[in-house]
Structure formats: C-alpha cells, structure tokens
Design a protein around this ligand. Structure first.
Ligand code: FAD
Ligand code: SF4
Ligand code: FES
Length: 497
C-alpha cells in the first residue's frame, strides 16, 4: 500500500498560513470562506480528511486539505503526473480521469468526494510494454501534437466508448446489424419489437445519435432489389421503396406526368440527402418538432405520458389541423404531400409473408392519445413499393413556403392538381404540408371548388373549408392567415386566373 504525502505548504506565496494550502489550486485559504477545521491538525481553521482512494487498482491513504482537487491529489501528492492541468476550469479536458467508469474533469472535483471510488488515470490504462488499444492507435496514427493533453484525450475516448456501451452516453446505443438479401429475409429479421429497417439512414441515424430511436437490431434493406420505377398497363407507375429521392425526381415519366411529385421532391433537403434518401424512408420520416429532438424536454411522441412541451411552448413550425391535447407535431415530408394529392397506394409485406395495399389516405394516423404511433404499419412490416394511379388531368403545382429558399422544412406547402373545362373547375386534388400531423387532405376543400368558375371568392370559400377547424397555439397562429393566402395564390396559378 502506498500512502499520500503530507500536504505541502501554499505554493502561492501566502504568508498567513504556511503549510496549509493546496499548492496547485491557486486558492488562498480564507478561513471564513473555507469553513470549519475537520481534524484540527495545524491550524484552527484548516480542514483535512483522512481518506482511502483506489487509483489504477492500487490503494492509497491520504489526508488531503478539503480544497484539494482530485487532479492535484494525484499530481502533487501521489506522484501520478500523467493527468495534466491545462486550464484548471473544466474547459480543456487535459485532466480527464475515469471515476467508476465515467470520464470527469478531475480539476473540478474535490478529492474528498472520492472516498472508495474506483479511479483510473492514464497510468492505469496501459504500460509502455502493453499499451491500451487506444494508446496504440494514437501512436500508430500520430494522433497527438505536443502531447500535453493526449492523456486527457485518451481517457476521454476510453470513457466515451464505455459510456456508450453501457447506454449512458449521449451517443448512439449499440445494436446488432443484419444485411437483408431478400424482402422475405428482411421481414423475418425485423419480426421483433426492437428491430428497425434502415434504408438511406438520413433520418434514422440522426435520431439514433440522440437516442430518440434506440433499435436493438438494424435490418439493412438498402441492397434489396426495390430500386426500380416501372410503368404499368393502366398507365400508372410502380415505384420501388428504395428508389432514391433524386432518381424519382429526375425520372422522365415522373417529370412529364407527375410534375407535382418531382417538384415536391426537389423542394426538400439537399442534393446529398436526396441521393441517399429512399421513397419508403421519406414517407416514414419523423417530425421536426424541436422538443421531440430535445431529450431534456417532455414529449409524448418520444416518451408517451410525459407531456407535450410544444403546447404552451414555442410551436412556430407546428400543426394547426388534426392536433390533439397530447401532440401538435407536423409531418415534415414534402414528397408525401404530393403522394397524397396523387392518391398513392403503399404496398407492404408483413412478417408472415402476406402483402397488403394501403391507400395513402389511410396510411397515417392522427395523434389522439398515442402520438408515438404514426402509421398503420405493424412491427416488421416492410414497404416494398408505392403505386401511383394513371396521371390525373389538369395542371400540377407544388408550392412551399419556408424560412429560407433551400434546405428548410415547409411552414406551409400545397400540392395541387386542378383541371378546368368550359370555364369551370372540373376536378381538384389538393394536399397540404406543414399544417397537420400527416400530409393533409380535406374533401370539403375540393367540393368547394369543383363545378365553380375560378375566382378569388371561390378560392376563399375553399380556404374557409380547409381552415374551419384550424387552431393556433400561439407562435404558430400566423399559419392560419398565411395558409389562406398561399392557397388563393396556388389556385390562381392552377386555374390560370
Ligand atoms: C438536414 C436535413 C434536411 C431535410 N430537409 C427535408 C425537407 O426539406 N423536406 C423533406 O421532405 N425531407 C427533408 N429531410 C428528410 C429526408 O427527406 C429524410 O431523412 C429521408 O427521406 C428519409 O429517407 P431514408 O431512406 O434516409 O430513411 P431512413 O432514415 O433509412 O428511415 C426512416 C424511417 O423509415 C423506416 N423505413 C425506411 N425504409 C423502410 C421501408 N422500406 N419499409 C418500412 N420502413 C422503412 C426506418 O426504419 C426509419 O424508421 C431532411 C433531412 C435532413 C437530414
Ligand atoms: S408536439 Fe408532439 S412531438 Fe412536439 S413536444 Fe408535443 S408531443 Fe412531442
Ligand atoms: S458533419 Fe456531416 S454534414 Fe455536418
């Protein structure tokens, strides 16, 4: 057993209480400030505590002044100088040690608080003859510059990986990974509540990094043969669930016959993201509600039963239609809004091998009391294709209002297909983004238009029908008059008025 040295005198030139201060803390001892004497060894106001520490598996007995940091105890009194003092204020991390398996800034922790803790410093991770794998990696890849803070970096990296392994860190939890080579294998692999499909990963990985999604198993479907777009005999298109958003937007048949879909896709995300994002994944992307992403805040969608921070909070981008007392989130997809205007059908394969066809009008669920359940899909049910019926008649427009011209989600968006015959609106199909928990469509809006000669009065009647049940929640109140203006402008465009 090694023993800690008797604490040396003040290293800061203090004449008042020689031999009683921590040499490294920079604190001149002020008896009023630093409190009572615990042992009364040298000065009536000096406080020392006799303690036992376990550092790098060895036992140490020491009697530190209660002001001594864990860093100073190790460096100045126990001869463990591997941990470094950079800023002494918790900013640089050079002093990082592992305490009971978690990394801490030892400059900001009092030694007296670590009775019986398991402490590991850089000296305890490896020896020159037997380096810890991370130490070896730092050497192999020249991972240090002057080397002063390298011990802290290595301790921090070791701690971070252990914390994530234990699920206590802020990073991604660990999972098992299976690459599916057929749809049958994919649904078999995903037939458990902890499993998730990963396609492009552009939404799922973001959520996994924040531990909002914590799948135990990832079933990689990205190599399944679901990347084709085929024309059917009835004139419609069958789109594989893995067709990238960029390919779907650029397909000549989509541009010629489903322009609203191509435009909606190009209004979303960025070139890089659209190259990776899949058609199926886009339909299932999750809300952008700020509080859903902020794991420190209550959110019924993320953690059922905890409450909704957006109601009464900052809800500028959130819904005014279809909300519940439990959740007012919007669905963020642009593509799904166009799919709803085009009456798409979603084709799936269930874990038992059965296929089913789900109209997009029945695919999404209102939040009600269970905002965490967003679609009618069952556990392990795979989207294989999306079907579009034969192209609709009329002019097609996608209009998106957002906070900046690119790379932003919709505040309000409209996908519209309207035909005019003999001066009257013959057919109308209108879906809305940014307003509700799902791409929104209301037959009353279309009923207000069909059979009417286009005019602002008729367009406003359609807006009345759309917004009859709209409710603002404070910071999103502006969406209601904004939607009216956007709808009137879009209908003018669609009807050539
Ligand atoms: C910075 C940024 C900006 C963005 N801006 C926009 C925007 O303006 N407009 C917009 O619409 N979108 C936007 N997006 C979202 C983007 O469109 C989605 O992330 C993307 O479409 C998701 O597709 P994916 O293939 O990557 O899905 P993944 O992340 O792989 O999966 C998403 C979800 O779908 C499930 N899933 C995937 N495929 C299937 C399947 N075939 N069957 C069953 N379940 C499946 C996964 O399990 C997961 O739950 C943005 C994203 C980012 C990161
Ligand atoms: S609106 Fe929905 S997603 Fe946002 S905090 Fe409330 S419950 Fe969560
Ligand atoms: S680090 Fe990849 S986009 Fe920012």
């Amino acid at each position: 057993m090694r023993h800690g040295a008797i604490l040396p005198g003040c290293g800061n030139g203090c004449q008042q209480h020689p031999g009683e201060s921590d040499s490294q803390s920079g604190n001149h001892h002020d008896p009023e400030r630093y409190g009572p004497n615990l042992t009364g060894v040298r000065h009536p106001r000096t406080a020392r505590v006799s303690m036992h520490f376990t550092i790098n598996g060895q036992s140490y007995q020491a009697e530190p002044d209660i002001r001594t940091s864990l860093l100073d105890l190790c460096r100045e009194h126990l001869g463990l100088t591997g941990s470094k003092k950079g800023c002494d204020h918790g900013q640089c991390g050079a002093c990082t040690m592992l305490v009971n398996g978690r990394r801490i800034n030892s400059c900001l922790s009092l030694a007296v608080m670590h009775q019986d803790d398991e402490i590991v410093t850089i000296e305890g991770l490896g020896t020159p003859d037997d380096l810890h794998p991370l130490q070896a990696a730092f050497v192999r890849h020249d991972g240090y510059q002057c080397g002063y803070c390298t011990p802290g970096q290595i301790c921090s990296a070791v701690g971070m990986m252990d914390e994530q392994h234990q699920g206590g860190g802020r990073g991604m939890k660990t999972f098992t990974y299976a690459k599916a080579d057929s749809a049958d294998a994919a649904v078999r692999d995903a037939h458990s509540s902890g499993a998730k499909f990963i396609a492009g990963g552009t939404n799922l990985l973001d959520l996994m990094k924040l531990q909002i999604e914590t799948p135990e198993k990832l079933v990689d479907i990205s190599r399944l043969p679901l990347g084709e777009i085929e024309e059917r005999e009835d004139g419609g298109l069958t789109i594989g669930a893995l067709v990238p958003n960029s390919d779907l937007a650029a397909d000549p048949r989509v541009i010629a016959k489903y322009e609203v879909l191509s435009r909606a896709l190009l209004a979303g995300a960025s070139g890089q993201l659209r190259n990776k994002a899949s058609t199926g994944g886009n339909l299932l992307q999750r809300t952008r509600c700020y509080y859903f992403y902020d794991t420190a805040m209550p959110c019924n969608k993320r953690e059922p039963g905890t409450g909704c921070s957006a109601i009464g909070g900052f809800n500028r981008i959130l819904a005014v239609l279809g909300t519940s007392e439990q959740c007012i989130a919007t669905h963020p997809s642009d593509m799904a809004v166009a799919m709803r205007a085009l009456d798409a059908t979603i084709i799936t394969q269930r874990p038992d091998g059965d296929k089913r066809r789900i109209s997009i009008h029945e695919f999404y669920r209102l939040p009600g009391d269970t905002p965490n359940i967003e679609t009618v899909l069952e556990t392990g049910e795979l989207i294989t294709h999306i079907e579009l019926p034969a192209p609709p008649k009329g002019r097609q427009v996608y209009r998106k209002v957002r906070d900046r011209a690119s790379y932003a989600f919709a505040i309000v968006s409209i996908a519209g297909v309207v035909s005019v015959e003999d001066g009257k609106i013959a057919s109308a199909s209108l879906a809305f983004g940014g307003l509700g928990p799902m791409p929104w469509r209301n037959p009353a809006v279309e009923a207000a238009l069909v059979g009417q000669a286009p005019s602002d009065a008729v367009f406003n009647a359609a807006a009345d029908a759309l917004l009859a049940d709209a409710t603002g929640y404070g910071s999103n109140d502006f969406k209601i008059p904004l939607t009216r203006r956007v709808l009137v402008a879009t209908l003018r465009d669609l009807t050539g008025e």
